[in-house]
Write a protein that binds this ligand. Structure first.
Ligand SMILES: CC(C)(COP(=O)(O)OP(=O)(O)OC[C@H]1O[C@@H](n2cnc3c(N)ncnc32)[C@H](O)[C@@H]1OP(=O)(O)O)[C@@H](O)C(=O)NCCC(=O)NCCSC(=O)C[C@H](O)C(=O)O
Ligand SMILES: [Mg+2]
Length: 282
């Protein structure tokens, strides 16, 4: 993954492109990624106005370091082509395509330099996840557990047991191809404890962040998806140990009673770099 692609994506806040107040508020919210939605959160008769409003908001700036992503309407809808053109003209950081089913869909949405993010929210997308993740234009996979649950006729339980296969396949495919994997939204706005549990679960599965629907969810996602103080201490100890003169040529050493190989050194450097980026943006 290039340096430009490596950045914090702990909290990815969705907002309807038809909600001017939310788009204004987002300028001061500590979300790493802002996802302006033109799809399910916008009613059909508000689509065109929302597209113009999002394009204007992105072009006007004032969102600081936040990564600005536009979720367009699905391929085959009357709005898709114009949404893509607006995303390109506004020079968004990425275009998020819903209801993707195949690598052909990614090619269809590819906009030259603008990376494509894909919602993983259909049973076909889960079955085709390896080819979707391998598509060159694809930069990130974002779980859509609401649509996936509907199509699978699966129950939304707190442990998300119906989704574990899809969640894990998505992370595996993303990792196999050096792409980003973002977990799905949690619909309960006032339930901080349940959101925390779901963030813990997503992090354990390997996601690097969570998509969110409300400002009250940002701090929890940021906290859980930030490197912990203990993890940073361990990472810095591994880096320092490999820098010692007697270890510079070694493949494996002992650090604080644990085995550390070069792969751990690589991970340690990434963790420290991520933490530095988070601190710099704060
Ligand atoms: C879910 C909501 C409709 C709740 O709205 P509401 O009850 O009006 O929120 P509050 O009164 O608590 O809002 C307080 C203030 O915060 C601002 N706000 C609210 N939500 C957002 C937001 N997402 N981004 C930015 N700012 C937000 C309000 O404007 C209030 O501000 P102020 O008045 O100045 O104090 C609402 O939260 C909402 O619309 N959320 C996003 C919904 C959305 O985008 N959905 C689509 C993406 S999720 C999805 O599609 C899932 C996926 O595809 C799948 O299949 O799983
Ligand atoms: Mg969806």
């Amino acid at each position: 993954m290039s340096d430009a692609a490596f950045r914090p994506r702990r909290s990815c806040l969705f907002m309807p492109g038809s909600n001017d107040r939310a788009m204004e508020k987002a300028k001061s919210l500590p979300a790493d990624v802002i996802i302006f939605d033109l799809e399910d959160a916008v009613a059909p008769d508000a689509k065109v106005e929302a597209r113009d409003a999002v394009a204007e908001a992105v072009q006007d700036g004032d969102y600081g370091e936040r990564e600005l992503v536009m979720r367009v309407n699905g391929i085959g809808t009357p709005w898709f082509e114009d949404d893509l053109a607006a995303a390109k003209a506004a020079n968004v950081a990425a275009v998020l395509v819903p209801k993707v089913n195949s690598a052909d869909d990614i090619r269809h949405a590819a906009l030259g330099e603008i990376p494509v993010w894909a919602m993983v929210e259909t049973p076909l997308a889960v079955l085709n996840i390896a080819e979707i993740a391998a598509a060159p234009a694809l930069a990130a996979l974002v779980m859509g557990t609401n649509d996936l649950g509907k199509d699978m006729r699966a129950a939304m339980t707190p442990d998300r047991r119906a989704f574990l296969t899809a969640l894990s396949m998505t992370v595996t495919a993303a990792r196999a191809h050096g792409k980003v994997a973002i977990d799905g939204v949690y619909n309960g706005i006032g339930d901080a404890e349940a959101l925390k549990d779901e963030c813990d679960q997503g992090r354990t599965l390997g996601f690097e962040g969570k998509s969110l629907i409300h400002p009250a969810q940002i701090d929890i996602a940021n906290r859980i998806y930030s490197p912990s103080a203990d993890a940073l201490d361990e990472a810095r100890a591994i880096i320092a140990a490999f820098e010692e003169a007697e270890n510079t040529e070694k493949g494996v050493i002992r650090v604080n009673g644990k085995m550390a190989e070069r792969l751990h050194l690589e991970e340690a450097k990434k963790l420290v770099a991520l933490s530095d980026m988070i601190d710099a943006a704060a």
